[in-house]
Design a binder for this molecule. Structure first.
Ligand code: ADP
Ligand code: MG
Length: 152
């Protein structure tokens, strides 16, 4: 596991850029953390680093937003509203581990669909300043190697 402390949103987005620069098609990243922890902020930095110019906003109301204008496609899930419905049989599998990179907020609501090979991230407030976050990254399966390439 790699751990980072950021003290403002721009630092979180700088971490996102480092990860986006290493991202290849098929990468799935789960973003765990409470409301306001920084998951969407991270995703915005990631999208920008892929060269996506569209404004990224949280896909809470349609679960999935896709962005095709960057180096590789970006699939951005916010599974929060799946809580009751569940994620099965909605065709989401097509967006996991295929031709793009997939970022998933609230991954606990699509557990059954998550591939074993993925990067698991957690975003936490530290209890210190309002803008302080601790962010961890763990590579699972074939993405262990990607974790190894991230800065210490
Ligand atoms: P989530 O998607 O996890 O609900 P958002 O990214 O939408 O969270 O919101 C995070 C909020 O916290 C934003 O308003 C952002 O500007 C702010 N923020 C403050 N400090 C940080 C930080 N270090 N990293 C990320 N976001 C931060
Ligand atoms: Mg969000």
């Amino acid at each position: 596991m790699k751990k980072y402390e950021t003290t403002d949103p721009k630092q979180t987005q700088a971490l996102a850029k480092k990860m986006a620069d290493l991202a290849e098609a098929g990468l799935v990243i789960t973003l765990n953390g409470d409301l306001g922890a920084g998951k969407t902020t991270f995703t915005k930095g990631f999208a920008e680093a892929l060269g996506i110019e569209d404004r990224v906003k949280s896909p809470t109301f349609n679960i999935l937003n896709t962005y095709e204008s960057g180096r590789i496609p970006l699939y951005h899930f916010d599974a929060y509203r799946l809580e009751e419905a569940g994620a099965a049989d909605q065709g989401f599998e097509d967006y996991l581990g295929t031709d793009g990179v997939t970022l998933i907020e609230w991954p606990q609501f699509m557990k059954d669909l998550l591939p074993n090979d993925r990067l698991v991230m957690t975003f936490e407030r530290t209890g210190k300043g309002d803008n302080d976050r601790v962010i961890s990254v763990t590579g699972l399966g074939r993405f262990e190697a990607l974790e190894g390439k991230l800065p210490e």
